[in-house]
Design a protein around this ligand. Structure first.
Ligand code: KG4
Ligand code: ZN
Length: 335
């Protein structure tokens, strides 16, 4: 079965073809970063309009590249939520219409399920059950994944998500948009000994997170510096990154102890962070747990994860009726 995957939940237009026997046949990604950069963040209406402009040409480009005709496609999967409603509706309308025109089934995929399962596009792939740390721009969650569609939320951020904290902190330090990768790059030049920020919510029990206070610590520290040069900025970036990573590791350690799971999967955009990957590798090796994560380009939003999750659901016989829906808010456990 060959499934076309469409991702348009935020500021990336992603498309891919996944073949249930041969694996991923190809994928294409168009990032709207330049469009939103001048506003310092994603402008939802501009995002929707750009998806309208780019989605169909991107699908045509992908099919030409991998030499596949529409008649060879057996199903269409599109991100149905959560995300920006206008952006989601573009992918859902195009996906559902193509499926109708091609007389094949369509399936609306939960964006976070896509992230959770993206690791399965890699070799070796993790086996169920596993623990997932999902760290994206909108979510920070620890999820017990028992099987496809069986997700138990163990803990989540009560305020800013990890990616959001990276982005907001980067904005405070005037690093531009998108903030996460820029802050991570600057942190590489930073001295880890200069500043120290707290590891939020690690003293009390539980698996929830709170990252919103970190940006205030960053701002206060920056404002208190007499010398405001690039090195000080880099030292602050490094201390911030270390605080986030330490916190994530402390909570993963707790979740592994609580669930007894021996397999940890990192998913979502922050999973592309180099230092996070290195530190997670050290940590899991120490405690004898297997670690899996997608290649960096499949940590951030992409069409491949949607094609893959959609292919699994279509193979189970699930499909959407002709009318389609998009859900800007959609708890993972309800998908
Ligand atoms: O999963 P994703 O592409 O979109 C959502 O579903 O939210 O995640 C985007 C988030 C952004 O907040 C971005 O700043 C962050 O992931 N991010 C990073 C890095 N690359 C992307 N954060 C830290 N270090 C990175 N290298
Ligand atoms: Zn995402």
């Amino acid at each position: 079965m060959q499934v076309l995957g469409i991702e348009t939940s935020c500021d990336e237009t992603g498309v891919a073809i996944y073949d249930s026997e041969q694996g991923l046949l190809g994928h294409e990604l168009y990032s709207q970063v330049e469009l939103h950069a001048q506003y310092g963040g994603v402008v939802p209406e501009l995002a929707s309009r750009d998806h309208v402009r780019k989605l169909i040409p991107l699908i045509k480009q992908l099919l030409a590249e991998i030499n596949i005709k529409p008649s060879e496609i057996n199903g269409v999967a599109y991100t149905a939520g959560p995300g920006l409603i206008g952006a989601l509706l573009v992918g859902a309308a195009v996906g559902r219409s193509l499926a109708w025109a091609w007389q094949i089934p369509a399936i609306g995929v939960h964006h976070l399920e896509g992230h959770l399962l993206a690791t399965m596009l890699e070799l070796p792939a993790p086996c169920f059950p596993f623990l997932t740390l999902l760290v994206s721009g909108g979510h920070t969650q620890l999820i017990q994944v028992t099987a496809m569609g069986k997700y138990t939320l163990l803990g989540e951020s009560t305020d800013d998500a990890a990616g959001e904290a990276f982005d907001k902190t980067a904005k405070l330090l005037k690093l531009g948009y998108p903030g996460g990768p820029a802050l991570a790059k600057l942190a590489e030049q930073g001295n880890p000994e200069t500043f120290y920020f707290t590891r939020p919510m690690t003293r009390q029990p539980g698996l929830n997170f709170s990252f919103s206070g970190l940006k205030t610590q960053v701002l206060t520290t920056w404002n208190n510096q007499e010398l405001k040069n690039e090195q000080v900025k880099a030292d602050i970036a490094r201390a911030f990154e270390d605080a986030v990573i330490d916190t994530l590791i402390i909570k993963c350690r707790r979740a592994i102890k609580q669930t007894g799971l021996s397999c940890l999967v990192i998913a979502g955009g922050v999973g592309a962070n180099k230092r996070l990957r290195e530190r997670m590798e050290q940590f899991t090796q120490q405690i004898g747990v297997s670690l899996f994560y997608p290649r960096p380009i499949f940590c951030t939003d992409n069409g491949a994860m949607i094609a893959y999750a959609g292919a699994l659901r279509l193979a189970k016989g699930q499909q959407e009726p002709l009318e389609f829906a998009a859900h800007p808010r959609w708890p993972l456990e309800e998908c």
